[in-house]
Design a protein around this ligand. Structure first.
Ligand code: PAF
Length: 269
């Protein structure tokens, strides 16, 4: 039966010494998360432990961002987690996971680029909380989605420096039938904006084999009514040596659809 821990003490007494696989989330679980859990379950095998954390991390939201209205439904998340095969959920309070004594982790300069340009301090907030999760859970492996590629690369780098024994395991993006990458923030989109947003993936797909993927992305996006001023960035990113993410280079994009900012990326051939 799935266990639920709220305090750090409850977490410690529920952790088993066998292989622990951590799936860090901010809740509002969707099929993208259940894929992370499925991969974690495979890695854990029958005797390992899949630990899912649920914490809406205020440190990674800017002053004008959606921390207050970010979707939260713990009961629903617990039933999704249970059905997906999680062994232990840790849903800590702010005091338990961050508190006044937490070590703040400064993101390297890459954290100021792309997402970091629009969201100053975002990645320091992410890294601070993920480091705290690693310290508390001490997993063998932590699983993260490739949709948040910059986050994945920064966590991989932090882990290589500070948590050498933890393997960071990337999981490819899950999409709906229109190609839209699953995200908790899709809940903010109207039906009309949902179909507009699916144009992001259509543009990524066509850019994939283009000689100039960035130019092709802008061109196809415009034909899908996603105009230049809606695109925050579209950039080719070279994956670091030893990266386990598919593709040596990936096209990463951020697009404003109505009041919602969506990110996505694709491996270039
Ligand atoms: O990707 C997320 O849901 C969050 O950024 C994470 C990794 C759980 C840290 O709060």
């Amino acid at each position: 039966m799935m266990q639920v821990a709220r305090t750090a003490a409850e977490l410690q007494s529920a952790l088993i010494s066998k292989k622990r696989i951590l799936v860090p989330t901010m809740g509002s679980l969707h099929a993208g998360h259940t894929e992370l859990i499925a991969q974690a379950r495979k890695l854990a095998g029958s005797d390992g432990q899949v630990v899912l954390s649920i914490f809406v991390n205020p440190l990674q939201f800017g002053k004008t961002e959606d921390f207050e209205k970010y979707p939260r439904d713990l009961e629903m998340d617990l039933s999704v987690a249970d059905a997906a095969g999680v062994d232990l959920v840790w849903a800590p309070t702010w005091e338990e996971i961050v508190g006044p004594d937490v070590e703040t982790i400064q993101a390297p300069v890459f954290g100021d680029e792309l997402e970091g340009k629009s969201r100053p301090g975002h990645f320091s907030g992410v890294l601070t909380v993920v480091a705290s999760l690693f310290v508390h859970v001490k997993p063998a492996v932590a699983v993260f989605g490739v949709k948040d590629l910059q986050q994945l690369l920064l966590i991989t780098e932090m882990s290589a420096q500070r948590f050498k024994s933890i393997e960071i395991y990337p999981v490819e993006t899950v999409r709906d039938s229109s190609g839209l990458a699953l995200s908790s923030r899709n809940a903010y989109l109207s039906n009309e904006n949902m179909s507009l947003a699916s144009g992001i993936y259509q543009a990524l797909l066509q850019a994939k084999n283009a000689e100039d993927p960035v130019a092709k992305f802008y061109e196809v996006a415009a034909s899908q009514e996603i105009h230049r001023e809606m695109i925050d960035y579209a950039q080719v990113l070279v994956m670091p040596a030893g990266s386990k993410v598919l593709g040596q280079t990936r096209l990463v994009v951020a697009v404003h659809i109505g009041t919602t900012r969506l990110i996505d990326n694709i491996a270039l051939s």
